[in-house]
Design a protein around this ligand. Structure first.
Ligand code: FAD
Length: 215
């Protein structure tokens, strides 16, 4: 990240919740599986969900070569990337103070299309193993045709912010002695036991790296 705090990434609303530490931002990015890409094309803002994988100060994004979003990025247009982890629902005595506990990041930067075949292949390897650790070496590698159908963007994080909320509700002082329940419903992303494909060949066991999948 060339610049951790910039005018566009400085959290102004509740600035005490803003953080710019690279390690904090990267941890959130690495735990999240999807992000949302914001861009403006022909004056129209779009926000598109997609898979991401962080590699150093970059995010790898991939998709169909025909993707409008990826084409827009490869033309050098700036984008804004967001991801959020939900940690809980915050229930306050006063409706006004209901909230959520979260860790979110907002990133700014530009991306470039990877054109070198070896570079592209390696990026796909990283992307695959970030989402499904151990899977790249335990499945069929993409064919030349599949590689051609896939665009991979390396998005460079120019500036970034994290924003976090944790803890219980913050009610008005006059409401604390009222009888309404208040507290937090903790939330987490949970993955269940793998369900074998109905066409799975007999005797193929579920790999241990998938049995214990979590982020
Ligand atoms: C799960 C969740 C629920 C939320 N619910 C609401 C809601 O209902 N209403 C509401 O008004 N706000 C909500 N927020 C907070 C919201 O994300 C914004 O921070 C807030 O609305 C202020 O927006 P702003 O444009 O005025 O921010 P500003 O502080 O003016 O934004 C300046 C810069 O700060 C950074 N920034 C702002 N917000 C975030 C963020 N969340 N994460 C990382 N960087 C950030 C960006 O770089 C932005 O360009 C929620 C956030 C999360 C994660």
């Amino acid at each position: 990240m060339s610049q951790s705090i910039s005018a566009r990434s400085r959290v102004r609303r509740l600035p005490g919740r803003g953080m710019y530490d690279r390690a904090v931002i990267y941890k959130i990015l690495d735990e999240a599986l999807i992000c949302h890409i914001g861009f403006v094309a022909d004056g129209q803002p779009f926000v598109i969900p997609t898979i991401h994988a962080r590699r150093d100060d970059t995010l790898l994004l991939h998709g169909a070569a025909a993707s409008r979003m990826l084409k827009h990025i490869q033309q050098g247009n700036p984008i804004c990337v967001e991801t959020t982890l939900l940690d809980g629902l915050v229930i306050a005595r006063g409706v006004f103070h209901n909230s959520m506990n979260y860790r979110s990041v907002v990133l700014f930067g530009v991306g470039r299309l990877l054109v070198n075949a070896a570079e592209k292949f390696e990026a796909l390897h990283v992307l695959t193993d970030r989402v499904f650790p151990g899977r790249w070496s335990d499945s069929r590698a993409p064919s030349a045709k599949e590689m051609k159908m896939t665009s991979i963007i390396e998005f460079t994080i120019e500036s970034a912010s994290a924003k976090m909320r944790a803890g219980g509700p913050k009610d008005d002082a006059s409401d604390y002695d009222q009888a309404w329940w208040a507290g937090v419903i903790p939330a987490e992303q949970k993955f269940h036991a793998p369900v074998p494909d109905e066409k799975l060949g007999a005797g193929i066991p579920t790999p241990s790296y998938l049995k214990k999948y979590k982020r």
